[in-house]
Design a protein around this ligand. Sequence first.
Ligand code: DC
Length: 237
Amino acid sequence: MKIIVAIDGPAGAGKSTIAKKLAEKLNLVFMNTGSFYRGLTLMLLRSKGADAAGSGGEKVDLKDTQAVIDFTETLSFEYSSEGLSINGENVEKYLRTDTVESIVSPVSAIPEVRRILNKKIRAVAEKTGVVCEGRDMTTVVFPDTPFKFYLDASVETRAMRRFAQGTSSLSLEEIRESIEQRDALDRNKVEGSLRIAPDAFYLDSSGLTIDEVCDIMLAEILGKGIYNGAEGSGKGC
Ligand code: DC
């Protein structure tokens, strides 16, 4: 049985950075599950005539959920340490554009789309062992793993972090607004909404450095005494 470390939390809480570090420490594949939703969104945009990065096409009709579901079924997803590939193309560099960002949340709110992508996420995880992060990893996708975390941070901290990434053309205030809107959508989905699993380890990263957060989580994982494959075991992050 492969080790699965599941991390949930709102956009910009530092999940990817921390999950990547933990994966290195624990010798597991890092999996950003938002990439599956972003990749699907990119392909939907491209199917409407957008360019490779998802800009310039016609509007995607998200009200026609059946068309989105049928389209999702036609795509072949693969995930490795290089990130997400769809139909054989590594699409990582196109996943964080403003056009993808603008409709990824409503795409991810379609229940049947979630079921299709969750199957693909589980298949990857069970093959390789992962540190995965998303919105419903601890509540829906891997509720039985003993390694469950909810990583939180204030809206101000999260907006600053996204702004500092430099992948958006939006102002700090606009990023903050878009984060607040996304939080509301992520928390109010019919299926897979962002919730804190009762048995997840809760951590607010607002006043902490990346290494401090990583150290706390690593100690929690190793402290359970059921994982002994950590390369850097005892050395911290
Ligand atoms: O974590 P992220 O910002 O890359 O996620 C992109 C979008 O996908 C975001 O709106 C939340 C959604 N998502 C989801 O619904 N379920 C997941 N497991 C991961 C992301």
